[in-house]
Design a protein around this ligand. Structure first.
Ligand code: ADP
Ligand code: MG
Ligand code: MG
Length: 915
């Protein structure tokens, strides 16, 4: 694109305020569109015009002024002079203007603005003569400062240093208190700095000032700050900024003048009523830049109740008009109010819920629209417990791997964690890193901290799944489990039992105990859940906390609106109860390996080494019967999807290296080898895999070493038969992991159904347990039509599906290179965090389509971590998924997002953009 391409288009390069409106943010920028809209509404906006983003894009593309630009600016300027009755550069009636950046999306403070354009020696002299010396010199030194920095590129610190010195000289605290002599000296010194640094004078011709300022604003689009901000916020680089030229109004004109920034409601709490800052005798930049501490808006009321009342009226009008929280910049000049800017206000997560809900009460928006004004990310942050404010400095900082706040005594191994937890102590498990073997310890601990590992390390993934607080990658911590100490920074030693506080939201670790605040919102959700177990549900009343009330209301509406069900991934009775309290409509993934962890690993070992295998299997079956019975009872009336044993068997066995060393030591001592140890070593060798993730696991295990999975199914069928016999409404389903080929499914199904039928026959009733398939290998997705013919349901295991589609190990990825990939811009998001819609998503869509073609009523679930990720839920809704299944604490997030997506899909309500 070149400058002439743009000017030959028939769009004007300059528009006056009354020619635009709020829909034109693309062309006029957000600030320009807001000024135009307020002008239309009849609000007191100083007159002005807007140089469009077209002009900016043309300028940047061609490296020079687009043709005809200054003619159009001159025409608009003439119009502005007429409206204001003032003239640029006229000493008697001088027009001063601001030249302000403003892109389509608000980029606060990222681009440039120059105030007080139009001042020169002559105008300042005339103002001084008319008794306005203070105002004139204060404005003139500001022009020198801003023009010097923004247009001529002088380092801002040079001006700031002089200001600081002037205040010290004068013995005053703020710039506003400087007297005329000081201001005059500053204005001169600033100009001298400009000459010294650039060899150029501050132009005395106001038109040159204006043109140079417009060009500087164009250029500021590509300034470093602006580029970084855009990259961070995902704002495209090719939009360009508009330039607003606005008649100056002056808050620095004495007692009855001032500037302020305010919101139509409190953006932190969401409470109704105007909220903001005011600074008497100041220009707006003083409020924003923090050079003086502003006063509360009530100060304006105290000083000038009429102006305050007028402001309130305008705020109400704006909020009614935009139907949402607005923020406003305003200036009072000698008792007259001017509005200088408005936009949709940024807000905290708590405020987002409260405002959306209360706007509904006020009849401004309906509940559907309210739902589009909040999102799952916001709800996530409202659900975590947190530490109250405190000054304590952290002992160490790692990666914020799983949010929340926890306090407990340090322990260094899973066994101690479980032992101490059983005694009722709160523990924090510290490890160099964790492995599946530490699961019991993770369950028992309040938090886990590791010195190694990233955001997708085992500790991080498991902790997030369990809703436990976790901080990983604490590099300054060295954990020595054998010595039972952790050493920080090489010399600060903490022993087992030392109390620490872990902030999983910030990644900080503190020595000693900090106070934890439970999330009021999480508590309210659990009390109000329609699925809550009876013993906890009757305490429910309307929560008093307004945010909690708002969340409940929008969640209830989301439940009515959503088309997708929400289940939880849960395996213990406590987790199942939590799932119900958070509103889960079933269990979508009950992993069964936890039944074989900890002390019960011996049972698997006995099966593998054939040391009283029958006895071990009987024990496994008895435990499983117990656990399934409790779980199904807790989940009565709701589906429970049980996944058969998934991990490779050697995960339950001792380490190959350890055993080999033991054997070598025994041999070296010339002692006779223990036959049991020999058998164990042989078994571990036999089962050892170079690449266990792609090894003998999942359904393969069931087909090759069927014993364990078979007793699990027998236990499940037995539990079901007994509970049904007692008249209980239980709804079990069985799911086969890691299926790649339909023959695996049919063979496994045959075995399972034989076991189930056998149990049924024993009880004289048919036991009904649907059998489904996990789609977690590309081949399964690609042959889903065949699988669907033999499966009662699909459940997408998107963790493994991501792993196998990308060929990236989920446990090792972060440590090795995913983080670097992100830094280098090769990937934008971690595919294990948010679903990769292009690749993994294509497989999901294929499987959905093939599966439904074979079997239109095929039920489709998602049980990977992505099911609780707000950014991925929209995809699942669009793909036609029937239910999401995520960790219990994420259930409310999934409910809300699913409802929101349903409204968005229906299309009537675009999300409001508050950037
Ligand atoms: P930003 O986008 O960084 O807020 P602005 O363009 O809004 O930058 O301007 C910076 C400051 O100058 C704001 O406080 C604004 O209110 C003030 N300001 C801008 N134009 C005028 C004007 N015409 N009269 C008085 N103050 C102004
Ligand atoms: Mg502003
Ligand atoms: Mg899997």
């Amino acid at each position: 694109m070149t400058a002439s391409d743009i000017t030959t288009a028939d769009r004007p390069l300059v528009l006056e305020f009354h020619e635009g409106d709020r829909t034109m943010a693309e062309l006029l920028g957000g600030k320009g569109a807001g000024l135009a809209e307020m002008t239309r509404l009849g609000l007191p906006v100083p007159p002005g015009f807007i140089v469009t983003t077209d002009a900016c894009r043309a300028f940047l593309a061609a490296g020079g002024d687009p043709e005809g630009l200054w003619d159009q600016v001159d025409t608009a300027l003439a119009e502005l002079e007429q409206r204001s009755g003032l003239t640029l550069g006229d000493p008697e009636r001088p027009l001063l203007v601001s030249v302000r950046s403003g892109a389509k999306f608000s980029m606060p403070g990222m681009m440039e603005t120059v105030l007080n354009i139009g001042l020169n020696d002559e105008v300042v002299a005339a103002l001084t003569e008319r008794g306005e010396a203070h105002f004139a010199w204060d404005s003139y030194r500001r022009l020198g400062q801003m023009y010097g920095r923004t247009v001529l590129g002088v380092e801002g610190a040079r001006f700031d240093d002089l200001l600081t010195r002037a205040r010290a000289d004068a013995g005053v605290a703020t710039d506003a208190e400087l007297d005329v002599a000081h201001l005059q000296r500053l204005a001169h010194d600033f100009r001298a700095i400009i000459v010294e640094e650039t060899g150029k004078e501050l132009p005395q011709d106001p038109r040159i000032q204006l043109r140079e300022a417009v060009r500087a604003v164009f250029r500021s689009w590509n300034g470093e700050r602006a580029r970084l901000y855009r990259a961070h916020e995902g704002i495209p680089d090719d939009l360009g900024t508009a330039v607003n030229v606005v008649q100056m109004v002056f808050g620095n004109r004495g007692e009855r003048s001032g500037s302020g920034v305010c919101f139509t409601r409190n953006p932190v709490t969401g409470e109704a009523g105007p909220f903001g800052d005011y600074l008497p005798d100041a220009q707006g930049e003083d409020v924003v830049s923090g050079v003086r501490s502003p006063m509360d808006l009530s100060e304006l009321h105290r000083r000038d109740p009429e102006i305050d009342a007028e402001l309130s009226r305008h705020l109400e009008a704006l909020e009614r008009h935009y139907r949402d929280l607005c923020d406003v910049e305003f200036t009072v000049e000698r008792g007259r109010l001017w509005i200088l800017q408005t936009r949709l206000g940024k807000r905290s997560p708590a405020a987002a819920f409260r405002i959306a809900s209360e706007l509904t009460d006020e009849g401004v928006i309906d509940l559907d629209e309210a739902l589009t004004r909040v999102n799952g990310h916001q709800l996530t942050t409202l659900l975590h417990p947190s530490f109250g404010v405190g000054e304590a400095a952290p002992l160490a900082t790692g990666l914020a791997a799983s949010p929340g706040a926890a306090v407990g005594q340090l322990v260094f191994d899973a066994a101690t964690a479980m032992e101490w937890a059983a005694l009722g102590r709160d523990v924090v498990l510290a490890r160099p890193e964790t492995s599946p073997d530490d699961f019991g310890g993770l369950l028992a601990a309040k938090a886990v901290i590791t010195s190694r590992g990233g955001l997708t390390s085992h500790a991080a993934v498991v902790a997030r799944g369990l809703g436990k607080t976790a901080v990983t990658g604490i590099e300054v911590m060295a954990v020595d489990p054998a010595a039972r100490v952790a050493t920080f920074h090489g010399d600060h030693v903490l022993r087992e039992g030392t109390v620490v506080s872990v902030d999983g939201s910030s990644g900080e670790l503190f020595e000693g105990s900090r106070e934890i605040q439970a999330s009021v919102v999480a508590t309210a959700i659990q009390q109000a859940s329609p699925q809550a177990p009876r013993e906890t549900s009757d305490a429910a009343g309307q929560p008093v906390d307004p945010t909690a009330r708002a969340v409940l209301r929008l969640l209830e509406h989301a439940d009515k609106t959503r088309t997708m069900g929400v289940r939880a991934n849960a395996e213990t009775p406590e987790e199942a109860r939590a799932a119900r309290r958070f509103g889960a409509e079933g269990i979508g993934l009950c992993r069964t390996e936890h039944m074989l962890m900890g002390p019960r690993r011996q049972l698997v070992e006995r099966v593998v080494t054939d040391e009283d295998a029958a006895g071990a299997l009987a024990e496994i079956e008895a435990t499983a019967l117990d656990e399934f019975t409790t779980l199904l009872t807790v989940m009565e009336g709701l589906p429970v999807v049980v996944r058969l044993l998934d991990p490779p068997l050697h995960e339950f066995l001792p380490d190959l290296v350890d055993l080999s060393v033991d054997a070598a030591v025994t041999a070296a001592k010339g002692e006779a080898a223990d036959p049991v140890a020999e058998k164990r070593l042989a078994a571990v060798r036999r089962l050892h895999e170079a690449n266990p993730m792609l090894g003998l696991r999942g359904v393969r295990l069931l087909l090759v070493h069927p014993e364990v999975a078979e007793v699990q199914v027998r236990a499940l069928a037995e539990a079901v038969a007994r509970l049904v016999g007692q008249g209980r409404d239980v709804r079990p389903e069985v799911m086969l992991p890691l299926v790649a080929e339909v023959a695996e499914l049919t063979a496994a199904r045959e075995r399972l159904e034989a076991v189930i039928a056998e149990v049924g026959a024993k009880h004289g009733r048919t036991v009904d347990i649907p059998v489904g398939v996990m789609i977690e290998l590309p081949r399964a997705a690609l042959t889903a039509a065949d699988l669907a013919a033999h499966a009662d349901f699909f459940s997408f295991g998107t963790n493994d599906l991501t792993q196998t589609t990308w060929g990236i190990s989920r446990d090792d990825a972060e440590a090795s290179f995913l983080a670097l990939y992100r830094e280098q811009g090769i990937i934008a998001i971690d595919p294990f965090e948010s679903l990769d819609e292009v690749g993994v998503g294509a497989l999901v869509r294929t499987a959905v389509e093939q599966g439904r073609r074979t079997r239109p009523d095929l039920e489709l679930g998602v049980c990977g971590e992505h099911a609780g990720d707000p950014a991925s839920i929209g995809f699942f809704a669009a793909a036609g998924i029937d239910y999401l299944s995520c960790s219990p604490p994420r259930v409310p997030v999934a409910r809300l997002e699913a409802g929101r997506q349903a409204v968005l899909t229906a299309g009537a309500h675009p999300t409001s953009d508050t950037r």
